[in-house]
Design a binder for this molecule. Structure first.
Ligand SMILES: C[S@@+](CC[C@H](N)C(=O)[O-])C[C@H]1O[C@@H](n2cnc3c(N)ncnc32)[C@H](O)[C@@H]1O
Length: 241
């Protein structure tokens, strides 16, 4: 069995460690996202939103919503309601402030919740999205099965997650940047010494591409696709129930 990658390498469950880590970095999370990705994360989110729009979803569940950037971007699909769930109270608080400042409370609701135990009925949503969240699940397959359960038939699960570029010299540059540079900037700005080392380690260990598609098929999804973005630094997965 492969080793579970955790933020702090302690005996605590991965979920608790992930929650603590995101609580710690929440005040600086958006800033670090923009700096470390040079703003490309906004482009990746937009690609996923464009894909989502084709399904014209009315009720969207944004799992591992964090500070709500993807939930806010998903408004472009003109849904009736977006519900974001996350295990980190501090990420949610930062998100709620943004949503209140934009007066979007009637459209977006952020609530505390665990992807592995979603508090919604079967077949409740027209789409489920996860941006940069699945890598952090303690039990990936339980999380995927739960998202499958709350989706309506023929509805999409759209996932963005980091992956590893394979071609020279992007692979080498990405490895150096992700392994050596990001942790230094992350440590300086977020004051969490481990968070951005965990980022590299968790991306390295994540079952990307065809391996991840197999997890989606195992959960019951009938059509699954993967599109690699920006030389494969990020991948967008679409799975239809
Ligand atoms: C890298 S952030 C992504 C946040 C947001 N989706 C975005 O695109 O900026 C990952 C988020 O996943 C959340 N998370 C990790 N495990 C989770 C779980 N089991 N259930 C719900 N949220 C989870 C973390 O608390 C964190 O806010």
């Amino acid at each position: 069995m492969s080793k579970t990658i955790t933020p702090y390498n302690t005996a605590e469950a991965k979920k608790k460690q992930v929650q603590t880590m995101f609580d710690n970095i929440a005040p600086k999370y958006d800033l670090l996202n923009r700096i470390l990705s040079f703003g490309i994360d906004v482009y990746w989110r937009n690609v996923a939103i464009k894909a989502l729009k084709k399904y014209d979803p009315k009720y969207i569940l944004d799992v591992a919503c964090g500070t709500g950037d993807f939930s806010i971007a998903a408004l472009k699909t003109n849904p009736e309601k977006i519900i974001g769930v996350d295990i980190s109270t501090e990420m949610l608080e930062a998100g709620k402030k943004k949503i209140a400042a934009k007066k979007l409370e009637n459209k977006i609701e952020l609530i505390k919740g665990d992807s592995e135990q979603l508090l919604f009925d079967d077949k409740s949503f027209d789409a489920v999205t996860v941006a940069f969240g699945v890598r952090n699940f303690e039990n990936l397959d339980i999380g995927i099965k739960e998202m499958y359960r709350v989706l309506k038939t023929n509805a999409p699960l759209i996932i963005l997650e980091f992956s590893k570029p394979k071609i020279f010299p992007v692979k080498q540059l990405f490895n150096f940047y992700f392994k050596a540079i990001c942790p230094i900037i992350g440590r300086l700005l977020s004051k969490d010494a481990r968070a951005y080392t965990y980022l590299y380690e968790s991306v390295s260990a994540f079952p990307e591409g065809e391996f991840f598609l197999q997890h989606l098929r195992d959960a019951g999804f009938k059509t699954t696709t993967c599109r690699r973005l920006t030389f494969g630094i990020c991948s967008m997965y679409i799975a239809i129930k």
